[in-house]
Design a protein around this ligand. Sequence first.
Ligand code: BTN
Length: 240
Amino acid sequence: NKIIYFDTIDSTNNYSKRIAKDAAHGTVIISEEQSGGRGRLGRNWISPKGEGIWMSIVLKPDIPPTEGMKMTQIAAAAVCNAIRGVTGLEAFIKWPNDLVVNGKKVCGILTEMAGELTRIDYLIVGIGINANNESFLEEFQHIATSLAKEKGEKVDRKTLILHLLKEFEGLYEDYINQGTLEKTLAIIRNYSAVLGKSILVIRGEQQLKATVLGIDEEGLLEVKYEDGKRELLMSGEVSI
Ligand code: BTN
């Protein structure tokens, strides 16, 4: 697979979008630094030089757009296994696109899709891992951390990237060949930070208390609100 490497770029997701039409399926874009890293919900993603893993994977799967968000689950499972395998840290998946270690965020995933109603042109899976970051802005200190901070020593980013890509490829192929998320689901259920827990489902201004009953075959979150109503969540914000 082709890997495109930058010292600095606005955002590996933005760059991916610019080249996606001509890029081969599986192209990986990595940058040491992002000047305009993007998070979900229009947030910024702070991406300092040399400290993290800021990467995007361009995918061109022959699946309907409604299945596109499964790539987020596959990526989360791959990152989880890679962190555990390489660092020994107990990483958990905060459904659907965050990874936490000791309750604090170490990784975020931003999947973006282009295409039509019935067909995906391309998917971009953006993965940001706080690998060796030493300091965080005051406002993030209680919610974010890095692998190095939790482990007490630096992490070899190259090794982590290799494991991550290998895991991702395996889970992706399994999904494409089987048509089910079986292996991915086993990981995201086993290492879930929310399963069986009481969470807050954030809907704009509203925060609703709910219990997580399960993660279904499609990767949707089954929750039960205090009034007894149940719902399947596709995405959106949950807080532990
Ligand atoms: C989130 O938790 O809000 C998602 C964060 C995603 C960050 C990654 S870093 C690589 C890629 N390029 C971006 O601009 N964002 C994603």
